[in-house]
Ligand binder design. Sequence first.
Ligand code: AMP
Length: 372
Amino acid sequence: MSFTTLGLSDSLLRAVAKEGYTTPTPIQLQAIPAILKGADVMAAAQTGTGKTAGFVLPLLQHLSGESRLKPCRARALILTPTRELAAQVHESIKTYGQNEQIKSAVVFGGVNINPQLKTLSRGVDVLVATPGRLLDLYQQNAIRFHNIEVLVLDEADRMLDMGFIRDIRKILKLIPEKRQNLMFSATFSQEIRKLAGTICRNPIEIDVAPRNSTVEKISQGVYWVEKENKAALLTELVSNTSEQILVFSRTKHGANKLVKQLSKSGLSAAAIHGNKSQAQRTKALQDFKDDKVQVLVATDIAARGIDIDMLSLVVNFDLPHVPADYVHRIGRTGRAGESGQAISFVSQDEMKQLKAIERLIKRKIKRLDGAE
Ligand code: AMP
């Protein structure tokens, strides 16, 4: 199956070809024609499935043609839970929309609001936003929602986890009722379905990534290791490979400590978490992408949605309390058809969490040190 059969315009197909994509991913195969038809869509798809192109490409096609910019208005609104994801979705819009006459902007908190006020004053076709900053801008009369034709909720489950439900409800009251709704979520819990019920009209449901299919591509293993020995084990692991590694830490403090310990051993590492400024986070991520640092240590929230190509190894320095976070974490490797490896360091007091994760993914994770 090739991209040419999906109904996309030549200019979008050129941008896709330039990215080197030859075959649409399963989510793209289903979502693109459905969205082009104008239907509401509710899709279960994690990061790594190609979901961003799955909604950005048809959205751009819908918006392209003569530009109809109006001051302080947008025609499509994409809401994301984190700044990183917002920035990445915006990058994708620029990449896939390079041949279109489309104006896009991204707004999120933690950075100066003034440039955002200025950008919005001229109007945009697509606005990517995190909910809190969007409402700030609304209160400052910088954005009006009358012209919204398409609403996208990306990583809707994350938005609920992060407590954005009230902000989302407020935004929903402000945008026109007649619009196309696209909702993407890693899972469809009852809560998400309830939210979808209030947003979407007869949505086409797409479920291409039952979570285990993503998990199956990833080779997973566990090391039994006492807490106090974890840092030494990580240092050894990092020293013995030239691969870049994404390391998950449950706490911000733990992430900082790890970076210090790795640096002491002469290894290059950077951390991203909620206590870092936006500029620091962007720099750490960029340094990692540019291969200037070998190890990126991230907390679960900071790591949400970050898209790093060709990552072959993820290490869980400690296990997450929420089993679903394990699936999100290891989903950072094995992206879009690549195979990947995920290694977890598990100490005695994390037994319960390991069992909960194994129940969720319906498989026992291999013990790498021969223990049972
Ligand atoms: P996403 O799930 O949207 O975060 O995308 C995951 C990664 O897959 C991104 O790095 C995309 O550049 C890449 N990607 C998206 N669509 C395709 C495709 N059809 N073929 C190959 N790579 C793709």
